[in-house]
Write a protein that binds this ligand. Structure first.
Ligand code: NOJ
Length: 556
């Protein structure tokens, strides 16, 4: 496997609104980030990915962009951004921007001009007349991801526009070459400023099938077979790739519903490659059925199968990403681990994914074992996606009121968006003002300061595994994945084989009970690198016990 700098990165994701407030207005900002750069660096990560920082009315918290060339005033100025960029670079950290070009905000100038039929902008978005006698029937039966229909009537233009996300997020028309030029200009602007890559939001949706035919009558995501992916996706991505090729930067595409087989059409290394790596979602479905709103019991074998598939199919030909949390996913300890065994399961999960091949991601708060929020009522949520999900679940009449609430509370993206817990001080040290969103009431116990002062904390464990991933990179980052005990519903175990014959062995008890230690899985002469329980393994593994060993090749 070709070695490249971006493959070796551990990336820290910042969702700016809730990370650190530097000016006391209750909203996270770039001054806040600047003050935390040393902390981020201390984790051992090599890059920061910023969820959108651009000017935006925040209907989808920044994923609705009103100006690609300016910073959201709540977060600061372009000067503040440059200070953060320089501060990160001078500490040896790369900076990755979110590139959201499937859609803009309805407050973007392009959209306003398009609605007014300004000749230059009239085809920047996907407009269609209404159908039927009154001309008000939707142009087709597609649904948006934030459930509901995908069309919104615009009075000024007298037509519908397509929105695959919220009503305020009209889809750009990438079939229009002028739109593609705009996208390239945005990319060049940020790359010229010195950013090191893009995480490209729902990039696999940007091409829509000509004629926008009706979709298969599914109850959710209806129409997706016509845009996920669409017919011109590879053509457009290749154009965007040409821009990035002129810089030492990389592209990471977010790709809902992606399978390994389809991913290879985008990320196989070589001339035709369009993206360097992708965020797929299959490993985030081990506790749900199709959508996170349909919760099931955590299924370890389902999780293993996904890792087995992606690790094997990408090996030697393409590159994976490894993440367990982000701003769209509830906290992983609350999902795949155990809040009761927070410390043990937090470390077990850190162990599980850090030594897989792929670029590594840690989401703000994950490194201190933050947990889901104890939502009590509908007023506790702010995310548009939750209210849309509520609406659709109610319309199906399949769930009791209580169940609708429980499903939403479990799946809510708001779980990941509570304020970062820095200390046991008021508002968890996030702000000196009134926080814009909830602070989890557990902040007195769970916070960065408490984790810093405890050598045995989840935070210090993250530092250790991130360092080991680099130290043993031939096995951890580039090695070949070999699953062990594949049929076990309790133990997650694998080897990573380095080219020089070295072997990293990972064994984790993924349950809250004791299980027999599979001693046969550890090669004789292996050196234990880390464990979340002190000392050598006993004959039984404790709840969420995780251990990693390394066996050097003979003579090395
Ligand atoms: C994916 C982003 O991660 C999510 O937060 C956003 O709501 C949608 N794309 C729409 O931009």
């Amino acid at each position: 496997m070709k070695k490249t700098w971006f493959k070796e990165l551990s990336v820290y994701q910042i969702w700016p609104r809730s990370f650190a407030d530097g000016n006391g207005d209750g909203v996270g900002d770039l001054t806040g980030v600047l003050g935390k750069l040393d902390y981020i660096k201390s984790l051992g990560v090599d890059a920061i990915w910023f969820s959108p920082l651009y000017a935006s009315p925040q209907k989808d918290y920044g994923y609705d962009i009103a100006d690609y060339y300016n910073i959201n005033p709540e977060y600061g100025t372009m000067e503040d951004f440059k200070a953060v960029l320089d501060g990160a670079h001078s500490r040896g950290m790369k900076v990755i921007m979110d590139l959201v070009v499937n859609h803009t905000s309805d407050q973007h100038e392009w959209f306003k001009k398009s609605a007014a039929k300004d000749p230059k902008y009239k085809d920047y978005y996907i407009w269609r007349p209404g159908r039927g006698k009154d001309g008000k029937k939707f142009p087709n039966n597609w649904m948006s991801t934030f459930p509901g229909n995908a069309w919104q009537w615009n009075e000024e233009r007298g037509e519908y526009y397509l929105h695959l996300f919220a009503v305020e997020q009209p889809d750009l028309n990438h079939d229009n070459p002028a739109v593609r030029e705009e996208v390239k200009n945005v990319m060049r602007f940020w790359l010229d400023m010195g950013v090191d890559g893009f995480r490209e939001d729902v990039i696999t949706y940007i091409s829509k099938r000509e004629g926008l035919p009706n979709g298969f009558p599914l109850p959710i995501m209806r129409g997706m077979e016509h845009y996920s992916p669409g017919p011109n996706i590879h053509k457009y991505l290749k154009e965007y790739r040409q821009v990035v090729k002129n810089y030492d930067a990389f592209q990471l595409g977010e790709a809902p519903m992606m399978t390994p087989k389809n991913a290879l059409k985008y990320i196989t290394e070589g001339e035709d490659q369009q993206l360097d790596m992708m965020f797929q979602f299959q490993h985030m479905e081990a506790d749900c059925f199709m959508t996170s709103y349909l919760r099931t019991k955590f299924n370890l074998r389902k999780l293993k199968k996904v890792y087995r598939n992606w690790q094997h199919k990408m090996y030697g030909v393409a590159w994976n990403t490894n993440y367990l949390e982000n701003h769209d996913q509830p906290r992983v300890i609350s999902r795949y681990g155990s809040e009761k065994f927070r410390r043990e399961s937090g470390k077990a999960l850190a162990t599980l994914y850090t030594f897989m091949s792929g670029t590594h991601f840690v989401y703000q708060g994950q490194e201190i074992g933050m947990l889901d929020y104890p939502f009590k009522g509908w007023d506790d949520f702010v995310d548009v996606a939750t209210f849309c999900a509520k609406d659709i679940m109610e319309k199906t009449h399949l769930f009791s009121e209580k169940k609708v609430f429980e499903n939403c509370a479990y799946a809510a993206r708001d779980n990941a968006r509570t304020c970062m817990q820095w200390s046991a001080e008021e508002n968890a040290g996030f702000t000196t003002g009134k926080p814009w969103f909830h602070v989890n009431p557990n902040y007195k116990q769970i916070n960065v300061a408490a984790e810093e002062s405890d050598p045995d904390s989840i935070l210090n464990y993250y530092r250790a595994v991130i360092a080991l991933r680099k130290q043993y990179k031939d096995a951890a980052i580039y090695g070949k994945y070999v699953e062990k005990l594949g049929r076990s519903k309790k133990i997650f175990a694998y080897d990573k084989l380095a080219e020089d014959g070295g072997v990293m062995t990972v064994i984790i008890n993924m349950t809250d009970g004791e299980v027999a230690f599979p001693s046969g899985c550890v090669p004789t002469g292996a050196k234990q690198l880390i464990s979340n329980y002190p000392g050598a393994p006993g004959s039984v593994m404790k709840p969420y016990e995780a251990r990693v060993w390394y066996t050097a090749a003979p003579g090395k």
